[in-house]
Design a protein around this ligand. Structure first.
Ligand SMILES: Nc1ncnc2c1ncn2[C@@H]1O[C@H](COP(=O)(O)OP(=O)(O)O)[C@@H](O)[C@H]1O
Ligand SMILES: [Mg+2]
Length: 579
């Protein structure tokens, strides 16, 4: 709760005013029946019109104040809850932005989306309701109890019989509701994750004609959510009738018992009318309280989920970095006996005993079967993940000693699963450098062999890319991603299988450009084709997380059997394709 004070503070005026406004309503609700009974007891039998008008005027004025208080309460509670949760949502989003890759692996994207939207919404609703009911429900309960006992103590005792029963019923309902709401939110998570995965990959789904399968999967998840929501809602539904029943039975008991008292001359008619109103108010306020508690139990499930995100320790930060002002200047990359695993507890190593050095300006090629750990290896350089043991040095300094900003500023990386964003081509390229001149943008695009196809579009650099870059081909997308990375003018450039969809002739041009224009940049290139890395200064052959060969193309052709095998099999395949 403490952490939420920070978000409440800026809006504390609204947080205080909302329940205070509601107090006028409480006061009115308590007083109106009393005034009414005065009219019935004194005004009507004596036909005293001025008395009736006098009290009536007081009642009207009071009703106006109640209306104003009600409006104020609604206004301030809306304001308080909406503003406070908006800040909370922002903070949550910022926190997720700080997540390391490892942190992101822990939550599914769908689950994060649910937490940011639906869970926050729950908190907002309960805040709004809570602020309005905070004083109102207990105020009405206590006020009505006092009035009832003052009017007729013996009759009021009836209520004391009902309250324990009701309290027990409410407690039971709440106890059952909480776990069901937790399950319901989890199912919603699963549904959102499913929707997200299926929609972002809708093209793959269609090309594999898996629509039916996806629809079935969704139907299952949807049914699951429906059933669990119903289970939770059944409890909520139960509350109302239980309360109404209690209310009606009590009212009947009061009327019967009170009627006898009137006949016996121990009670006035006006008092009985007021009394029944108080009884209804007492039970109503209990009902409101139980509703608030029920909503709270639902919101508690959401708050727990929000806290999970808030409490996630960012496992990768530069808090303790000792060389925060250091920039990447040379671009020398060195791995010293590096080992890495994604799940340290499980202990299965994805990389082990990795040592090599890339001198500034050199080109290093990495070759290896899928799953051999190539992507994992290069992700350690800009610290997308941290090594498990050993160290990665850039310019002779451990990457963990740089500020993340400076380190990543110095490293340009084209991810294997690269993405473009909606917006124009130029806007996308500017991710590399916001302030790049048009000439610079063009130069980068030329180097990545992208200028040609960009200028062939009618809108050229202003062409709007659909979401995720849907309206360019795979190879074009890869070249745009390379251009984007080049604009950063990084000291270290990493291409993770980034020319797989580009034809060999174009790829050769890109390579040529790298060799001439990016002389001082250290280039680390992961490739499937040996041809892509043949001219590299150093080629690393990776197998199952270990280096099984390292050297120039010529060295490897002499010493590394695995390399030779890859080379010959690729050459044969090319021949076949050519023939
Ligand atoms: N985010 C991740 N969480 C857990 N395991 C992963 C993750 N990414 C990759 N792996 C595993 O690490 C191994 C190496 O993967 P990767 O580096 O992507 O290989 P490559 O790029 O050579 O195809 C694989 O066994 C893969 O399943
Ligand atoms: Mg890979």
């Amino acid at each position: 709760m403490k952490r939420y004070m920070k978000y409440i503070k800026p809006y504390r005026a609204a947080f205080i005013l909302a329940p205070l406004c509601m107090l006028t309503e409480v006061f009115g609700e308590i007083m109106l029946p009393k005034l009414m009974s005065m009219i019935i007891n004194n005004g009507v039998p004596q036909r005293n019109m001025s008395y009736i008008l006098g009290i009536g005027t007081v009642m009207v004025v009071m009703a106006v104040f109640m209306a104003l208080g009600g409006i104020g309460g609604a206004y301030f509670s809306s304001k308080a809850s909406i503003c406070f949760t908006s800040d909370l949502r922002q903070e949550l989003f910022d926190k997720v932005q700080d997540f390391s890759f490892k942190n992101i692996d822990q939550f599914s994207t769908g689950s994060l989306v649910t937490r940011l939207t639906n869970d926050i919404q729950q908190v907002q609703q309960v805040t709004m309701m809570g602020l309005r009911m905070m004083f109102r429900a207990p105020g009405m309960l206590i006020g009505a109890l006092i009035m009832a006992f003052m009017m007729n103590g013996r009759l009021a005792a009836v209520i004391l019989v009902v309250i324990p029963f009701l309290t027990a019923a409410i407690a039971l309902i709440l106890k059952t509701a909480f776990p069901r709401f937790t399950v319901m939110q989890k199912k919603l998570d699963r549904l959102n994750s499913g929707i997200q995965e299926s929609l972002t990959n809708v093209r793959v789904v269609k090309s594999f004609v898996r629509e039916d399968f996806e629809a079935d999967k969704f139907r299952d998840m949807n049914r699951d959510l429906k059933e669990n929501s119903l289970r939770a809602m059944n409890i909520v539904i139960m509350t109302m009738p239980v309360m109404m029943l209690a209310m009606n039975v009590t009212t009947l008991a009061v009327v019967w018992y009170g009627g006898n008292m009137i006949i016996a001359g121990q009670m006035l008619v006006g008092d009985l009318t007021a009394f029944t109103t108080y009884i209804v108010q007492i039970l109503m306020s209990l009902m409101m309280l139980s509703m608030v508690l029920l909503q709270s139990s639902r919101a508690m499930a959401s708050i727990k989920r929000i806290n999970e995100v808030m409490d996630t320790a960012i496992d990768l930060s530069d808090k303790d970095a000792s060389r925060k002002d250091l920039l990447v200047k040379e671009g020398k990359v060195e791995f010293r006996n590096v080992a890495f695993s994604y799940h340290e507890e499980a202990g299965e190593k994805v990389l082990a005993g990795i040592s090599f050095t890339a001198m500034p300006g050199q080109t290093v090629g990495i070759i290896g079967a899928t799953g051999s750990g190539k992507t994992t290896l290069v992700q350690l350089i800009p610290r997308l993940y941290d090594v498990s043991s050993g160290c990665v040095l850039v310019d002779g300094v451990d990457v963990r000693q740089y500020s993340l900003k400076n380190l990543r500023e110095g490293v340009g990386m084209v991810l294997q699963k690269n993405v473009l964003f909606s917006g124009t081509i130029e806007e996308n390229l500017r991710w590399g450098d916001e302030y790049a001149s048009e000439a610079e943008i063009r130069e980068a695009a030329e180097c990545a062999q992208a200028n040609g196809f960009i200028t062939s579009f009618t809108d050229g650099y202003q062409m709007d890319l659909g979401q995720g870059g849907v309206n360019v081909s795979g190879g074009q997308k890869q070249r745009l991603c390379i251009a984007r990375a080049l604009l950063k003018k990084p000291k270290i450039l990493i291409l993770d299988d980034s020319t797989s969809a580009v034809d060999t002739a174009t790829e050769a041009k890109i390579r040529h450009c790298f060799a001439t224009d990016l002389k001082d940049t250290t280039k680390i290139i992961i490739a499937q084709r040996i041809g892509s890395v043949e001219e590299a200064d150093l080629i690393i052959v990776l197998d199952d997380g270990m280096i099984i060969g390292m050297g120039s193309h010529r060295d490897l052709m002499e010493n590394c059997q695995a390399y030779q095998e890859i080379y010959y099999s690729q050459r044969d395949r090319e021949k076949e394709a050519g023939a």
